[in-house]
Ligand binder design. Structure first.
Ligand code: SF4
Ligand SMILES: [Mn+2]
Length: 261
C-alpha cells in the first residue's frame, strides 16, 4: 500500500492534437505524396502562388472577393489581379477580371436575401481515429434550413463532382455532430456553368457516407502519420498536370536511388 502511495506517478503523455483539413485529407486520398508536400510547404511557410493557369487564379480571386464585404471588394480584387500580373499574360488577366465580376455577381444574386456567413470555420475530433477534422465552408446559412454552400468556379452540370461530394459531406458531418438538427442542405454553386446542385442530407445519410468514405481514409492517414511511412507514395496520373507540387515531386523522384543502377 505504502509502496503504491509513494511510487512516483507515471506521467501520462497525451498525444499532440493532429488537425486535418478536408483538402489535406482529399490530397492524401488521391495521392499521399501530395499530402506530404502540402505539409512540407506549410512547415516552411511557403506561400503558394498559383501557376500560370487562369483557372487557378479565377478560383482564388472569386473565393476571396465573394467573401469580402462590399466596401473592400474592389481592393481585394485588385490585390488578386496584381499578384496574377506576374504570371498571366494581359489578355488572360482581363478574362479573369471579367469572369470574376460575373461570378461574384451571380453568387450575390443567389444569396441576396439569405442570412449567410462566409468562411465559416468548423471542426470536430473524430474519436474513432483521434484526428481532428477542420474545414472552412465557403458559406453557411444557419437556421431551420441549415445549408452548407460551396463555390466551384468550374463548369459542371448534372449531379455533383466527387471532390465537392467529399468536402460537403464532411462539412455536413461536422455540423450535425455539433448540433441537434436532423438534416443539412448542401448547395454547390458551379459558377462556370451557372448551375446549382441542391440536396437535402439526413443525419443517417451523412453518417453512412462518413463511415464508408471518410473514416477509412482517416484511419490510413493516422497510421501513416504514426508510422511515418507511406507518406511518400506517389500516385501519378492525369492529376499530376495540375498538381501544385509537380516540381518538388519530380525532384524527389530523381533523388530516389534507381533500381539496377
Ligand atoms: S505530381 Fe502527381 S504524383 Fe506527384 S505529388 Fe502531385 S499528384 Fe502526386
Ligand atoms: Mn470552394
Amino acid at each position: 500500500m505504502l509502496d503504491q502511495l509513494t511510487r512516483p506517478q507515471r506521467v501520462v503523455q497525451t498525444a499532440p492534437e493532429i488537425r486535418v483539413g478536408i483538402s489535406d485529407l482529399w490530397s492524401f486520398k488521391t495521392c499521399p505524396a501530395s499530402y506530404h508536400f502540402r505539409q512540407q510547404a506549410r512547415k516552411t511557410k511557403q506561400v503558394y502562388t498559383p501557376a500560370a493557369r487562369p483557372s487557378e487564379w479565377l478560383g482564388e480571386i472569386v473565393h476571396s472577393v465573394a467573401s469580402t464585404p462590399l466596401e473592400r471588394r474592389k481592393a481585394m480584387l485588385l490585390r488578386g489581379l496584381e499578384r496574377a500580373t506576374q504570371v498571366l499574360p494581359e489578355a488572360e488577366l482581363a478574362a479573369v477580371h471579367a469572369k470574376c465580376l460575373e461570378m461574384v455577381a451571380y453568387i450575390d444574386a443567389l444569396l441576396a436575401s439569405r442570412d449567410v456567413r462566409y468562411h465559416y470555420h468548423l471542426e470536430r475530433l473524430d474519436e474513432a481515429t483521434g484526428l481532428t477534422l477542420v474545414t472552412i465552408a465557403d458559406a453557411l446559412e444557419l437556421g431551420r434550413k441549415t445549408t452548407v454552400i460551396e463555390f466551384k468556379t468550374k463548369e459542371h452540370r448534372g449531379g455533383i463532382d466527387s471532390k465537392a461530394e467529399f468536402q460537403t459531406m464532411i462539412s455536413a458531418w461536422l455540423l450535425l455532430r455539433s448540433s441537434e438538427i436532423d438534416a443539412v442542405i448542401r448547395q454547390i454553386f458551379y459558377l462556370g456553368s451557372r448551375s446549382v446542385h441542391t440536396e437535402r442530407l439526413t443525419r443517417q445519410q451523412v453518417e453512412q457516407y462518413f463511415c464508408r468514405e471518410v473514416r477509412p481514409v482517416l484511419r490510413k492517414l493516422a497510421k501513416a502519420i504514426d508510422s511515418r511511412r507511406n507518406l511518400s507514395i506517389s500516385r501519378t496520373g492525369s492529376r499530376c498536370q495540375t498538381c501544385r507540387y509537380l516540381q518538388e515531386c519530380q525532384a524527389a523522384s530523381q533523388a530516389q536511388p534507381q533500381a539496377n543502377s
